[in-house]
Design a protein around this ligand. Structure first.
Ligand code: ADP
Length: 253
Protein backbone atom coordinates (compact mmCIF):
# COMPACT_ATOMS: atom_id res chain seq x y z
CA UNK A 1 0.00 0.00 0.00
CA UNK A 2 1.22 3.46 -0.85
CA UNK A 3 1.88 5.16 2.53
CA UNK A 4 -0.90 7.51 3.59
CA UNK A 5 -2.38 7.45 0.08
CA UNK A 6 -5.74 5.96 1.00
CA UNK A 7 -6.24 8.26 3.94
CA UNK A 8 -5.16 11.23 1.88
CA UNK A 9 -7.59 10.65 -0.96
CA UNK A 10 -10.38 9.90 1.47
CA UNK A 11 -9.60 13.11 3.35
CA UNK A 12 -9.67 15.15 0.15
CA UNK A 13 -12.96 13.71 -0.99
CA UNK A 14 -14.58 13.96 2.40
CA UNK A 15 -13.44 17.41 3.47
CA UNK A 16 -16.86 18.99 2.85
CA UNK A 17 -19.08 16.58 4.75
CA UNK A 18 -16.45 15.69 7.30
CA UNK A 19 -17.02 18.68 9.54
CA UNK A 20 -20.80 18.73 9.59
CA UNK A 21 -21.85 18.17 13.21
CA UNK A 22 -24.21 15.23 12.68
CA UNK A 23 -23.98 12.51 15.36
CA UNK A 24 -22.48 10.15 12.78
CA UNK A 25 -19.53 12.46 12.30
CA UNK A 26 -18.64 12.82 15.95
CA UNK A 27 -15.29 11.15 16.52
CA UNK A 28 -14.73 12.11 20.19
CA UNK A 29 -17.49 12.51 22.74
CA UNK A 30 -16.74 13.39 26.36
CA UNK A 31 -19.86 12.80 28.45
CA UNK A 32 -20.17 14.45 31.86
CA UNK A 33 -16.53 13.82 32.69
CA UNK A 34 -15.39 14.16 36.27
CA UNK A 35 -11.87 13.61 37.49
CA UNK A 36 -11.07 13.88 41.17
CA UNK A 37 -7.58 13.43 42.53
CA UNK A 38 -7.47 12.21 46.12
CA UNK A 39 -4.64 13.99 47.85
CA UNK A 40 -3.79 13.28 51.49
CA UNK A 41 -6.01 15.85 53.13
CA UNK A 42 -8.05 17.16 50.21
CA UNK A 43 -9.70 16.20 46.98
CA UNK A 44 -8.86 18.11 43.81
CA UNK A 45 -11.62 18.28 41.23
CA UNK A 46 -9.64 18.58 38.01
CA UNK A 47 -12.74 18.09 35.82
CA UNK A 48 -16.26 18.91 36.95
CA UNK A 49 -18.76 17.55 34.44
CA UNK A 50 -17.23 18.26 31.04
CA UNK A 51 -19.38 17.38 28.04
CA UNK A 52 -17.76 18.05 24.70
CA UNK A 53 -17.87 16.65 21.19
CA UNK A 54 -15.43 16.84 18.33
CA UNK A 55 -16.28 16.14 14.72
CA UNK A 56 -14.11 13.98 12.47
CA UNK A 57 -11.48 16.11 10.73
CA UNK A 58 -11.85 19.12 13.03
CA UNK A 59 -8.95 21.12 14.40
CA UNK A 60 -9.96 22.20 17.91
CA UNK A 61 -7.87 24.37 20.21
CA UNK A 62 -8.46 24.18 23.97
CA UNK A 63 -7.51 27.25 25.97
CA UNK A 64 -7.84 28.30 29.60
CA UNK A 65 -5.73 29.27 32.59
CA UNK A 66 -3.18 26.95 34.09
CA UNK A 67 -4.84 24.38 36.35
CA UNK A 68 -8.20 24.56 34.56
CA UNK A 69 -8.14 20.87 33.57
CA UNK A 70 -6.92 20.98 29.96
CA UNK A 71 -4.20 18.34 30.31
CA UNK A 72 -6.48 16.15 32.40
CA UNK A 73 -9.05 16.22 29.60
CA UNK A 74 -6.39 15.39 27.01
CA UNK A 75 -5.09 12.51 29.13
CA UNK A 76 -8.58 11.05 29.42
CA UNK A 77 -9.11 11.28 25.66
CA UNK A 78 -5.71 9.67 25.08
CA UNK A 79 -6.59 7.04 27.68
CA UNK A 80 -3.48 7.75 29.70
CA UNK A 81 -5.81 8.05 32.68
CA UNK A 82 -9.40 7.11 33.55
CA UNK A 83 -12.24 9.42 34.58
CA UNK A 84 -13.71 9.25 38.09
CA UNK A 85 -17.10 9.24 36.38
CA UNK A 86 -18.52 9.95 32.95
CA UNK A 87 -17.43 8.46 29.67
CA UNK A 88 -15.05 9.08 26.79
CA UNK A 89 -16.49 7.70 23.57
CA UNK A 90 -14.23 7.58 20.55
CA UNK A 91 -15.47 6.36 17.19
CA UNK A 92 -18.62 5.19 18.97
CA UNK A 93 -16.67 3.03 21.44
CA UNK A 94 -16.65 3.73 25.17
CA UNK A 95 -12.99 3.56 26.22
CA UNK A 96 -14.02 2.13 29.61
CA UNK A 97 -15.51 -0.91 27.88
CA UNK A 98 -12.46 -1.81 25.80
CA UNK A 99 -10.44 -4.91 26.58
CA UNK A 100 -6.76 -4.41 27.52
CA UNK A 101 -5.79 -5.48 23.99
CA UNK A 102 -8.20 -3.01 22.39
CA UNK A 103 -6.93 -0.25 24.66
CA UNK A 104 -3.32 -0.98 23.75
CA UNK A 105 -4.28 -0.80 20.08
CA UNK A 106 -6.22 2.41 20.70
CA UNK A 107 -3.22 4.12 22.33
CA UNK A 108 -0.88 2.88 19.64
CA UNK A 109 -2.93 3.33 16.50
CA UNK A 110 -6.01 5.50 16.98
CA UNK A 111 -4.41 8.40 18.84
CA UNK A 112 -1.04 10.05 18.47
CA UNK A 113 0.21 12.43 21.15
CA UNK A 114 2.69 15.27 21.27
CA UNK A 115 3.59 17.25 24.36
CA UNK A 116 5.43 20.41 25.31
CA UNK A 117 8.50 18.30 26.17
CA UNK A 118 9.54 16.48 23.01
CA UNK A 119 10.22 13.19 24.85
CA UNK A 120 12.62 11.89 22.23
CA UNK A 121 15.11 9.27 23.40
CA UNK A 122 18.49 11.02 23.40
CA UNK A 123 20.68 8.03 22.51
CA UNK A 124 18.61 7.05 19.52
CA UNK A 125 18.79 8.59 16.06
CA UNK A 126 15.72 10.27 14.60
CA UNK A 127 15.10 7.23 12.47
CA UNK A 128 15.11 4.98 15.55
CA UNK A 129 12.97 7.35 17.58
CA UNK A 130 10.31 7.53 14.88
CA UNK A 131 10.44 3.79 14.27
CA UNK A 132 9.87 2.92 17.93
CA UNK A 133 6.03 3.00 18.02
CA UNK A 134 5.94 0.67 15.02
CA UNK A 135 8.13 -1.92 16.72
CA UNK A 136 5.47 -2.09 19.40
CA UNK A 137 2.83 -2.35 16.67
CA UNK A 138 4.67 -5.25 15.01
CA UNK A 139 4.98 -3.67 11.59
CA UNK A 140 7.38 -5.48 9.23
CA UNK A 141 10.89 -4.11 8.81
CA UNK A 142 10.60 -2.86 5.17
CA UNK A 143 7.24 -1.28 5.92
CA UNK A 144 8.76 0.39 8.98
CA UNK A 145 11.61 1.89 6.95
CA UNK A 146 9.18 3.26 4.34
CA UNK A 147 6.88 4.75 6.96
CA UNK A 148 9.73 6.37 8.91
CA UNK A 149 10.97 8.06 5.75
CA UNK A 150 7.50 9.19 4.82
CA UNK A 151 6.73 10.56 8.32
CA UNK A 152 10.02 12.44 8.40
CA UNK A 153 9.37 13.81 4.91
CA UNK A 154 6.00 15.04 6.08
CA UNK A 155 7.70 17.14 8.76
CA UNK A 156 10.55 18.11 6.43
CA UNK A 157 13.25 16.22 8.33
CA UNK A 158 14.07 13.53 5.78
CA UNK A 159 17.70 14.68 5.66
CA UNK A 160 18.19 14.16 9.40
CA UNK A 161 17.62 10.41 9.70
CA UNK A 162 20.89 9.71 11.48
CA UNK A 163 20.92 12.76 13.76
CA UNK A 164 20.33 12.43 17.48
CA UNK A 165 17.84 14.76 19.23
CA UNK A 166 20.66 16.78 20.86
CA UNK A 167 21.89 17.77 17.41
CA UNK A 168 18.58 19.39 16.49
CA UNK A 169 16.89 22.69 17.30
CA UNK A 170 13.77 22.77 19.49
CA UNK A 171 11.50 23.17 16.46
CA UNK A 172 13.18 20.25 14.71
CA UNK A 173 12.79 18.09 17.81
CA UNK A 174 9.10 18.91 17.99
CA UNK A 175 8.75 18.07 14.29
CA UNK A 176 10.46 14.75 15.00
CA UNK A 177 8.07 14.00 17.85
CA UNK A 178 5.23 14.85 15.47
CA UNK A 179 6.62 12.34 12.96
CA UNK A 180 6.76 9.74 15.74
CA UNK A 181 3.15 10.48 16.68
CA UNK A 182 2.04 10.10 13.04
CA UNK A 183 3.95 7.01 12.09
CA UNK A 184 1.19 4.59 13.11
CA UNK A 185 -1.29 6.69 11.09
CA UNK A 186 -3.59 7.78 13.92
CA UNK A 187 -7.01 9.24 13.18
CA UNK A 188 -6.64 11.65 16.12
CA UNK A 189 -3.67 13.77 17.13
CA UNK A 190 -3.62 15.18 20.67
CA UNK A 191 -1.15 18.02 21.11
CA UNK A 192 -0.69 19.33 24.66
CA UNK A 193 1.03 22.72 24.41
CA UNK A 194 3.19 21.64 21.49
CA UNK A 195 4.75 25.10 21.21
CA UNK A 196 5.28 25.71 24.94
CA UNK A 197 9.07 25.39 24.59
CA UNK A 198 9.42 27.20 21.28
CA UNK A 199 9.97 30.77 20.14
CA UNK A 200 7.23 32.54 18.26
CA UNK A 201 8.33 31.94 14.67
CA UNK A 202 9.03 28.26 15.36
CA UNK A 203 5.60 28.02 17.03
CA UNK A 204 4.04 29.39 13.85
CA UNK A 205 5.88 26.79 11.84
CA UNK A 206 4.71 23.90 14.05
CA UNK A 207 1.08 25.00 14.02
CA UNK A 208 1.23 25.48 10.29
CA UNK A 209 2.46 21.92 9.99
CA UNK A 210 -0.33 20.65 12.26
CA UNK A 211 -2.84 22.43 10.02
CA UNK A 212 -1.27 20.90 6.93
CA UNK A 213 -1.47 17.42 8.46
CA UNK A 214 -5.06 18.02 9.52
CA UNK A 215 -6.04 19.09 6.01
CA UNK A 216 -4.05 16.68 3.89
CA UNK A 217 -4.54 13.53 6.00
CA UNK A 218 -7.88 14.39 7.59
CA UNK A 219 -6.40 13.75 11.05
CA UNK A 220 -8.64 15.16 13.80
CA UNK A 221 -6.56 17.62 15.82
CA UNK A 222 -7.08 18.54 19.48
CA UNK A 223 -4.54 21.03 20.75
CA UNK A 224 -4.04 22.73 24.09
CA UNK A 225 -2.38 26.10 23.73
CA UNK A 226 -1.87 29.38 25.55
CA UNK A 227 -1.37 31.25 22.30
CA UNK A 228 -4.66 32.77 21.26
CA UNK A 229 -3.18 34.37 18.15
CA UNK A 230 -2.07 31.00 16.81
CA UNK A 231 -5.27 29.27 17.87
CA UNK A 232 -7.33 31.88 16.01
CA UNK A 233 -5.16 31.60 12.96
CA UNK A 234 -5.07 27.82 12.66
CA UNK A 235 -7.89 26.11 14.58
CA UNK A 236 -11.48 25.62 13.38
CA UNK A 237 -12.76 26.56 16.84
CA UNK A 238 -11.51 27.44 20.28
CA UNK A 239 -12.96 25.74 23.36
CA UNK A 240 -12.32 27.40 26.72
CA UNK A 241 -11.94 25.76 30.13
CA UNK A 242 -12.04 27.30 33.56
CA UNK A 243 -11.96 25.58 36.99
CA UNK A 244 -12.51 22.11 35.53
CA UNK A 245 -15.48 23.18 33.42
CA UNK A 246 -15.92 23.88 29.76
CA UNK A 247 -17.07 27.50 29.67
CA UNK A 248 -17.31 27.61 25.87
CA UNK A 249 -17.10 24.87 23.28
CA UNK A 250 -16.31 27.44 20.60
CA UNK A 251 -19.14 26.34 18.36
CA UNK A 252 -21.06 29.12 16.66
CA UNK A 253 -24.39 29.83 18.35
P1 ADP B 1 -4.10 22.50 32.98
O1 ADP B 1 -3.65 21.52 31.96
O2 ADP B 1 -5.28 23.33 32.54
O3 ADP B 1 -2.98 23.35 33.48
P2 ADP B 1 -4.41 20.17 34.69
O4 ADP B 1 -5.35 19.31 33.98
O5 ADP B 1 -2.96 19.85 34.59
O6 ADP B 1 -4.65 21.69 34.25
O7 ADP B 1 -4.77 20.22 36.23
C1 ADP B 1 -6.09 20.49 36.73
C2 ADP B 1 -6.07 20.42 38.25
O8 ADP B 1 -5.83 19.09 38.65
C3 ADP B 1 -4.98 21.26 38.88
O9 ADP B 1 -5.48 21.82 40.07
C4 ADP B 1 -3.88 20.26 39.16
O10 ADP B 1 -3.09 20.67 40.25
C5 ADP B 1 -4.67 19.01 39.47
N1 ADP B 1 -3.94 17.79 39.08
C6 ADP B 1 -3.57 17.43 37.85
N2 ADP B 1 -2.94 16.25 37.86
C7 ADP B 1 -2.92 15.84 39.16
C8 ADP B 1 -2.42 14.69 39.84
N3 ADP B 1 -1.82 13.70 39.19
N4 ADP B 1 -2.60 14.63 41.18
C9 ADP B 1 -3.21 15.62 41.84
N5 ADP B 1 -3.72 16.72 41.27
C10 ADP B 1 -3.58 16.84 39.95
Amino acid sequence: MEPFSTTESQAGASQEWAKSPSPDNIIILAQDLWKTYDMEAIQVNALCGVTFSIVRGEYVAIMGPSGSGKSTLMNLIGCLDRPTSGAVIVQSRNLAEMTPLELARYRRQTVGMVFQAFNLLPRMTLEENVELPMRLAEVSRPERAARVREALERVHLEKRLTHRPGELSGGEQQRASLARALVNRPQILLADEPTGNLDSSTSDEILHLLREINQSLGVTMVMVTHERRLAEQFADRIAVMSDGKLTSDGAEA
